[in-house]
Design a protein around this ligand. Structure first.
Ligand code: ADP
Length: 260
């Protein structure tokens, strides 16, 4: 896959941050945030300095994923210290406002909130900052992709046809703003029954790989539909951090290794 290193698109660079990589999906609920969080942790385990910005303004899930609450410290009245979860520097609109407040925001307000979280945060030195994008491929996402100096984008999709159509729109959107697609990840692929070990493909299987081939972008791997992944991410103990030698962490590590 094209490693992040290609020239970033528009928008001024952020001092100290080498690469910004968007994690995007065509629609909500496909596991974009779970994937972003575990990938970020997997890259950190490889020795990289990693940050995670939750730009999913209408459904910020990073505070919950990391079990973090409270407000970031403001320094000199102008910049915020990121919060730290399992060693990762994280920032989310969820730390700053009640989520219901953002629901009524209009486009320009969303854009300015994201710009602030990107630029008025003391990220320090980072090899990569992951941005958990708002789901979808509408104007808001397009504007954001344009305003952020992105080195690349990773697209998360479930295997169903409908999700794949949306993922295709995501690929098209990033191509439009000349952001390299680092690859597609199929989430919620195989389900292995914990009782009998039988593998079933609840949402189908292999669709994302075929779609990636069709679109001429790399396929980065499959993440199974797994109770442990759901339980750990919903209880603020992401699996890559809490069971780094287990089978789930291995899946994310193998995907991360292709990115860097
Ligand atoms: P999105 O960011 O796309 O809206 P989330 O990451 O919030 O999606 O995931 C939606 C739900 O699916 C969460 O409850 C999460 O724990 C669960 N989930 C995500 N990926 C998996 C997976 N591979 N296996 C099981 N549950 C998952």
């Amino acid at each position: 896959p094209p490693r992040p290193g290609a020239p970033p698109n528009q928008g001024p660079q952020i001092a100290g941050v080498r690469h910004i990589v968007a994690v995007a999906s065509g629609k909500g609920g496909v596991g974009k945030s779970t994937t972003a969080c575990n990938l970020a942790l997997a890259l950190q385990a490889q020795g990289l300095k990693v940050g995670l910005l939750d730009a999913d303004i209408y459904g910020p899930s990073v505070p919950k994923l990391f079990g973090l609450s409270g407000k970031p410290t403001v320094v000199d009245n102008k910049a915020m210290e990121p919060m730290v979860g399992y060693g990762l520097k994280v920032m989310s609109i969820g730390f700053l406002i009640e989520p219901e407040t953002a629901m009524i925001w209009r486009g320009p307000m969303v854009q300015s909130a994201i710009t602030q979280m990107l630029r008025d945060v003391l990220w320090g030195e980072l090899d990569v900052l992951f941005v958990d994008m708002p789901p979808g491929t509408g104007d808001a996402q397009l504007t954001m992709a344009q305003a952020t100096p992105l080195s690349g984008a990773v697209i998360v999709s479930t295997p169903q046809d409908l999700a794949l159509i949306d993922a295709r729109r995501g690929v098209t959107m990033f191509k439009k703003v000349a952001v390299p697609i680092l690859g597609v990840i199929e989430n919620m692929a195989t389900f292995v029954c914990p009782n009998c070990g039988h593998a079933s493909h609840i949402f189908g299987h292999g669709g994302a790989r075929i779609e990636a081939q069709r679109l001429g972008v790399p396929f980065l791997g499959e993440v199974p539909l797994d109770m442990t992944i759901r339980e750990t991410s919903d209880s603020g103990r992401p699996v890559v951090a809490t069971d780094p030698d287990g089978p789930h962490a291995k899946v994310y590590r193998e995907i991360a290794a292709q990115l860097w």
